[in-house]
Write a protein that binds this ligand. Structure first.
Ligand code: MLT
Ligand code: MN
Ligand code: ZN
Length: 305
């Protein structure tokens, strides 16, 4: 299985248009050792021909341009994207669907009932797309033992894991969490036997989630904030990382502690907020990650598993 990071930043991207935090200001001015990043999405393939997207970022068109393999040019209108899996209904993971409206066939979208509800009610993207290419919805269930295959993505068994995180602000049930608001995904390559666990929004490692993380050969997990009060300390907002549905990396019970005992040979943080000091290649926080064998995803990161 090949994995390509199309975008590695959290909502807002890096730099964020209206932000002058030390990271955003520094990367804009070229005064810090950091690289801009677009909003989070990955693509995977088992044959280097057909690709499955996870999330449709507002930056999707730029991401496609930077990854020409998604356009094989076999006919006048074409794409290598077979389907899109949505991990949640957040703006940074769904807005890109509008950019794919010129599709000649309905978009194959895999998501849970809860995400479908948000995208037909609170933020009715699917309804609007009916006036363009349309949506062919494939329901993802999160019951234990569920798994599915996507046509064209051969030998990759996909299992959805319900996660504790947050439904988006426009969700009819923002403050009333439901199973399926957010999912993690296990990708099991039946040829290599390798397992990837992808969870860009993860607030708590519940008992049913841990085995998926323990089994994984590669982890790509929530890298939003270094500390719970990062946005407060910078005077940006009162919102805590955990309130947004994101487990911070540092501190007791933080992501670093969670990842430390796990056997995965690759541990990657993705969906990184622009305030996070790990975005600076030479920050003390980044050095801590280096010593823990944890990588920070970047746009264009590409590997096989
Ligand atoms: C989140 O995951 O909480 C989002 O990045 C927020 C957003 O997109 O505004
Ligand atoms: Mn997000
Ligand atoms: Zn910023």
């Amino acid at each position: 299985m090949r994995v390509r990071v199309l975008g590695s930043a959290a909502g807002g991207g890096f730099p964020q248009w209206n932000c002058n935090c030390p990271n955003c200001d520094g990367v804009r001015k070229g005064t810090i050792a950091a690289t801009p990043r677009t909003q989070s999405s990955i693509a995977i393939s088992s044959d280097n021909i057909n690709w499955l997207l996870f999330n449709a970022s507002p930056d999707i068109l730029a991401q496609f341009q930077r990854f020409p393999e998604l356009q094989p040019a076999r006919k006048i209108r074409d794409t290598a994207v077979k389907a899109i899996v949505l991990m949640d209904a957040q703006i940074d993971h769904t807005t890109g669907l509008f950019m794919l409206r010129e599709g000649k066939t309905p978009l194959n979208i895999y998501c849970t009932d809860m995400v479908h509800e948000d995208l037909t009610q609170g933020n009715p993207i699917f309804n609007i797309l009916k006036h363009f290419c349309g949506v062919s919805w494939h329901a993802i269930t999160t019951a234990p033992g569920n798994s599915f295959f996507v046509e064209g993505i051969n030998n990759i068994r996909i299992t959805a894991v319900p996660l504790s995180s947050k439904a988006p602000p426009y969700s009819p049930h923002r403050h009333d969490p439901h199973e399926g608001d957010n999912i993690g995904i296990q990708l099991h390559d039946l040829r290599s036997g390798k397992k990837l666990f992808y969870a860009p929004g993860l607030a708590a490692i519940e008992a049913h989630v841990l085995p998926f993380m323990q089994q994984a050969d590669c982890l790509m997990v929530d890298g939003t904030c270094w500390s719970n009060d990062e946005m407060r300390t910078l005077g940006i907002s009162q919102t805590l990382s955990l309130e947004m549905g994101h487990l911070p990396q540092s501190g007791e019970g933080g992501m670093i502690e969670i990842l430390r005992p796990l056997k995965a040979s690759r541990k990657i943080l993705i969906h990184i907020n622009n305030t996070n000091p790990i975005l600076r290649d030479d920050s003390p926080e980044r050095l801590i990650l280096n010593s823990e064998n944890i990588d920070v995803a970047f746009d264009g990161m590409d590997f096989s598993l």
